[in-house]
Design a protein around this ligand. Structure first.
Ligand SMILES: [Zn+2]
Length: 85
């Protein structure tokens, strides 16, 4: 039988046992939920995150353009097309 006190103890032990995914002991950076990153992994994660964020911003830009300006853009293109004709 597991008592809540035991679970709490186990959680604290897991928290005290810090190890990065790469095997680095005593990593400096916590991602929460008992997940830890050493400096090297944090840097590589940050690079991944930046790349992802870049992609996201491009997508967000396209998304905004599509949502906010699509009608205006379509109207303008139509207008241009009419002028060209
Ligand atoms: Zn690491």
């Amino acid at each position: 039988m597991v008592y809540s006190g035991d679970a709490e103890k186990a959680r604290k032990e897991a928290e005290a046992f810090k190890i990065c995914g790469c095997g680095e002991k005593n990593p400096k950076f916590s991602a929460g939920n008992g997940i830890w990153f050493c400096e090297n992994c944090l840097k590589s994660r940050k690079e991944q995150f930046d790349k992802y964020l870049e992609k996201f911003l491009v997508l967000a830009e396209e998304y905004d353009l599509y949502n906010e300006a699509s009608i205006g853009l379509a109207e303008r293109s139509e207008w241009k097309i009419r002028l060209l004709k």
